[in-house]
Design a protein around this ligand. Sequence first.
Ligand SMILES: Cc1ncc(COP(=O)(O)O)c(C=O)c1O
Length: 294
Amino acid sequence: MPIRINLNGDVTQEASISVLDHGFLFGDSVYEVVVTHKGVPCFMEAHLKRLRNSAAGLCLGIPWTDEFLIREINRTIKEAGNEESYVRIMVTRGEGDIDIDPTTCSRPSFIILVNEVHLYPPVQYEKGINIALVSVIRNAKDAVNPGIKTGNYLNNVLAKLEANRKGAQDALMLNNQGHLTECTTSNFFFVSEGRVLTPSLDCGILAGITRVRVLELAEENGILVEEGEWPPEILEKAEEAFITGTVKKVMPVSHLDGHPVGDGMPGPVTRRLMRLYETMLDQAIKKTEQPSGK
Ligand SMILES: Cc1ncc(COP(=O)(O)O)c(C=O)c1O
């Protein structure tokens, strides 16, 4: 099915934003990615909450209610008619002077882009992916805080390019203290002595919605979890590793910098969490009566 784009309420197959929009000129925008599971957009409340937090981090007001946005999201998904949808919700600062000062922008714009979801090849879930520790560091918390999801991902673009050069499928970044953070569009976890470990929010990472669900699932199922600050050397002894994100869900990592993690195959804890996550998605959509766009 063709892509559908809802720009400030008009749904079309092609939309244009002004080149004077500060989202275009300065990356002055925020966004979220939601996917549908069996046709139902998942964790919408959490995504809209994070969208608002991100906007607040840029002093960008979102003048639309959640109810309105949910209605527009559902309408766009319906018009796109895909079996499963990728939904990107963006709010840009809007048109203003060609000047870094955002106060010249009077009105933000929203864009809801719906496409078919492009799933990752099954082989990546069966065998795991290869990631590389890169030299590009994750933004410092007192710069563009990684906890806010802005339209400026240039640091992560650089990290991804470095991973590409190294022949890896994703990049794992450190923070400016030398502690593990996350990958370019996913949170990072590893397993050590049967415990699931992941960098804490204090390390300067996005509070991934999948990350929270995985931590909850691990705890509910008796798997010990710990959030903390770790140097990369700790990964030499890791038994397993995986990354999480809305589209990729729980994706095993088999190799780091070309070396196998554990035995170089998705391990039992990762595989268990992959299954638990799928089951939880089924339950989550049963609980979601059609999102309330009334
Ligand atoms: C930098 C970064 N970290 C983590 C994530 C995972 O977040 P979520 O699970 O909410 O998709 C993303 C998602 O795009 C991301 O861009």
